[in-house]
Design a protein around this ligand. Structure first.
Ligand SMILES: Cc1ncc(COP(=O)(O)O)c(C=O)c1O
Length: 434
């Protein structure tokens, strides 16, 4: 090329959650039975969409308007419905114009970080859901600025660390919260959330709060949406249908802007996101039309609760399988449908292996893990995939130096799920002893 055409942030865009699928598929061709625990798609893991949901979508498909463009902000009746739901909680009050729809939160995330001034940084959690941390890092063309989630304290945000990151880095203008969290499965108590809002207020920052898993909380835990406690701090909450309905292929998510008019710079920034969306015309119309009908259906809560109960059982099965395994640290997941396991410091080396009978598979895995720059946890994850077919994601791909892996809790068959976590426990033991 005559000139360099590569974006300054291109190096920050990696998505191991899907990258590892290539390896898993290759191993499948070599005869390995694969247990996909890498991707947070309940439908891919066999979730059966209830007939009443399909009927609502089916009826809507008969309506010509569902084939047209929708208003840039989103279908008005749907925004009215969402605003009323938020307002009736009694916290911050919004209007339908404070809501903006996207083609899934992935779209929202890339616009929200993409239209932030390059030199302005949003401090993101570590570990972090990669789409957020990579989009933020790519917008700045630099490594993400992170605050610690503490595996020794239920994966809660370390507020002292967060304050230091803000205080000593004047470029930080916002805080990202993911609650309930991916990849840790943590659910933040009110006190932690209030502490984060207080820091935003103290340092004149805005908050982005990803609440896509807000209604998937279990093990007797509870939390609050940001709207309940935000007070007068400028903020953006993110919600969507992907995980809850679940309809990840519908590509439907939205943001709710809180206190959008209280700060002129924040107002201008939010407007730039709306303008960017306007250039794209609008987001997917069909899921927006069906949204109020789905969420207000009498069976909705019953169906969601049935899923939540299953995730709770799986979180406990996973925790019980791993809690006494020497060399790793685990926390019981209390929300979303992921679990992160951390190897104790110094326990992983570059010589550990798992026995792989199939010669072709063994040679393939050995070729991959012996390349330069392969992190110790990726080495473990690749060996476990080659030896057992269990496909997880290395924790270091979630913007953290902690060595470990993330597994989903989505396998619907509890016997298979238990077997998978027994395999994981045995793999850790064998690998660390090798
Ligand atoms: C915390 C979090 N936010 C957003 C998303 C993306 O959601 P969407 O399907 O709406 O793009 C995910 C997907 O895994 C997620 O875990």
């Amino acid at each position: 090329m005559r000139t360099d055409i590569v974006h300054i942030g291109a190096g920050e865009l990696t998505y191991e959650i899907r990258n590892i699928v290539n390896l898993g598929e290759h191993l499948q061709k070599l005869g390995i039975k694969t247990y996909w625990e890498n991707i947070g798609d309940p439908v891919a893991k066999g979730e059966k969409i209830p007939q009443w949901m399909k009927d609502i979508v089916g009826d809507c498909v008969q309506d010509n308007s569902s084939y047209g463009y929708s208003p840039t902000r989103g279908v008005l009746a749907t925004r009215e419905y969402i605003a009323a739901q938020t307002n009736k909680r009694g916290g911050v009050q919004i209007t339908p114009n404070d809501i903006l729809f996207f083609n899934g939160l992935g779209d929202a995330i890339s616009k929200i970080f993409g239209f932030l001034k390059r030199t302005a940084r949003v401090v993101v959690p570590t570990p972090s859901y990669t789409t957020h941390s990579s989009a933020e890092a790519a917008h700045a063309g630099d490594r993400p600025v992170t605050y610690r989630l503490d595996p020794n304290n239920h994966w809660y945000p370390d507020l002292d660390d967060l304050e230091k990151r803000i205080k000593y880095n004047p470029a930080v203008s916002g805080i990202l919260i993911i609650n309930p969290d991916n990849p840790t499965g943590a659910v933040y108590p009110e006190s932690i959330l209030r502490g984060m809002v207080a820091l935003a207020k103290k340092y004149d920052l805005f908050i982005i709060c990803d609440e896509v898993y807000m209604n998937i909380v279990y093990n007797g835990q509870s939390t609050l949406p940001l709207s309940d406690i935000i007070g007068d701090v400028p903020a953006i909450a993110m919600r969507g249908l992907s995980k809850e309905m679940p309809w990840p292929g519908g590509r439907c998510g939205w943001i709710e802007v809180y206190n959008g008019h209280l700060d002129p710079l924040f107002e201008k920034y939010v407007n730039s996101i709306l303008n960017a969306k306007m250039m794209e015309v609008c987001s997917t119309t069909l899921p927006q039309i069906v949204l109020p009908k789905l969420l207000s259906h009498p069976e909705y809560d019953v169906y969601l609760q049935e899923r939540i109960d299953r995730y709770e059982r799986c979180s406990n099965i996973a925790y019980d399988c791993l809690k006494d395994v020497d060399g790793v640290m685990v926390n019981r997941s209390n929300g979303a449908f992921y679990m992160s396991v951390v190897f104790e410091e110094g326990r992983l080396t570059n010589n550990q292996t798992l026995a792989i009978e199939n010669v072709e598979v063994r040679e393939h895995i050995e070729g991959l893990v012996n390349q330069d720059g392969v992190s110790p946890d990726k080495r473990f994850v690749y060996y476990m995939l080659g030896a057992t077919g269990v496909c997880t994601v290395p924790l270091t791909s979630f913007a953290t130096d902690l060595q470990g892996f993330r597994s989903t809790l989505l396998e619907r068959d509890e016997e298979t799920f238990t077997k998978i976590f027994q395999i994981i426990a045995d793999s850790i033991k064998q690998y660390l002893a090798s």
